[in-house]
Design a protein around this ligand. Structure first.
Ligand SMILES: Cc1ncc(COP(=O)(O)O)c(C=O)c1O
Length: 385
């Protein structure tokens, strides 16, 4: 009954743990949730107000498919100011979350017989989106010893003449690694040599802690013209439910992605677009405050984790995740996560879905007390193995 297309797609690897966590909570157990993939902060007040005003004004009808001009202008200004990237409005499309931007880009850039290079550990949806486009995902292993930086020699090893696109994600979900400027310069040269398109997922770029997070598109004019940048308001503005993302890149690709959107979702919600406009144009203090709070939590998590035996990790420079090697416990990521949840009531995400079954992902998008209590329980669990 079902198509080969959907049969090739794996269910979300986070479902099992989150369903079990929910069940335990419903039974009245005090589960510490270190599995969150979204900020625990509330959407800023000015953003909510803009959405309420949009409803009251009757701004509740179709808009242009790829977004209202004011929002595209605000995105262009943000990209120029924060990422040093200059785009005309027709080079920008607003989408239903960054997820739709990525999905649409893969639909218009790759097809059967072509390959997409994906550095691992990777965000769970990339390989599935590539398969849904009929193409093949190809894993490029990175190394914790070099801070999960994407290296030319690993790319060369994975490359074949079928490769058409390279996906980069800096800061990374799940490692929190931020690609360094000199690494990006080398990747830019390599992408040109191999004639690849680059999709640069920069959804966490405003959440970095004490380092720069350059965009590969800003490295040189050559790479700018072969890169599509994907970003959105979900993570930085605590707006995951509003579903506003965007892509920016060569006009021909953006137009094609827009055509696909015309015949699928049409415009992202009109009200959310007004909210996103407020988010990007308001005083940016709430974003700074959230980033500062995340940095405190990152520091607390790293300090506490470093005292726990039998695990290792690379200190994350961005996003809100810590990717922890648990292989010395003798358990794979699925078993480790399941037992940790059942025996110690701590939810984490198994790394298998990110391509690394030796690791689990811990989120610091929770308060400091939960981090403290969760890691105390983690330590006792590991000691008891
Ligand atoms: C790396 C990465 N890219 C894209 C997304 C999707 O973002 P959005 O909620 O805007 O669709 C996520 C969300 O978890 C993510 O972690």
């Amino acid at each position: 009954m079902l198509t080969q297309r959907i049969q090739a797609v794996q269910p979300s690897p986070t479902l099992r743990v989150t369903a079990l966590a929910k069940q335990l909570k419903a039974e009245g157990k005090k589960v510490i949730n270190l599995a969150a993939g979204e900020p625990d902060f509330d959407t800023p007040e000015a953003v909510k107000k803009a959405a309420i005003e949009a409803i009251q004004e009757g701004f509740t009808k179709y808009t242009p498919t790829t977004g209202i001009p004011e929002l595209k202008n605000a995105i262009a200004s943000t990209l120029l100011k924060e990422r040093r990237l200059s785009y005309r409005p027709e080079q920008i499309a607003v989408t239903c979350g960054a997820k739709q931007a990525l999905f649409n880009l893969l639909q218009v850039l790759v097809q059967a017989g072509e390959e997409v290079l994906i550095p691992s550990p990777y965000w769970v949806s990339y390989p599935e989106m590539v398969r849904l486009a009929g193409a093949a995902p190809v894993e490029v292993r990175t190394d914790p010893a070099s801070g999960f930086q994407v290296e030319r020699k690993a790319l060369e090893k994975a490359w074949s003449s079928r490769a058409k696109v390279l996906i980069l994600n800096s800061p990374s979900n799940p490692t929190g690694a931020v690609l360094k400027a000199e690494v990006l310069k080398d990747l830019a040269r390599w992408a040109k040599e191999r004639d690849l398109w680059v999709i640069s997922d920069e959804i966490y770029s405003r959440l970095v802690y004490g380092c720069d997070c350059p965009s590969i598109a800003s490295v040189s004019p050559e790479v700018f013209s072969r890169t599509v940048v994907v970003d959105g308001v979900s993570k930085a503005y605590a707006m995951t439910g509003w579903r506003i993302g965007y892509l920016a890149g060569p006009a021909e690709i953006v137009e094609a992605a827009g055509r696909l959107q015309d015949h699928s979702t049409s415009n992202p919600t009109s009200i959310s677009q007004r909210a996103a406009l407020a988010a990007l144009t308001q005083d940016q203090a709430p974003v700074k405050k959230m980033a500062e709070e995340f940095q405190k939590r990152r520091d607390r998590m790293v300090e506490r984790l470093s005292k726990i035996k039998k695990i290792s990790f690379v200190k994350p420079d961005g996003a809100f995740y810590c990717f922890v090697d648990v292989s010395a416990t003798g358990l794979n990521s699925g078993l480790f996560s399941e037992r940790l949840l059942k025996e110690a009531l701590v939810a984490v995400i198994p790394g298998g879905g990110f391509g690394w079954d030796s690791h689990v992902r811990l989120s610091f998008a929770v308060g400091l007390e939960s981090i403290q209590e969760g890691l105390d329980r983690l330590e006792r669990f590991i000691q008891g193995l």
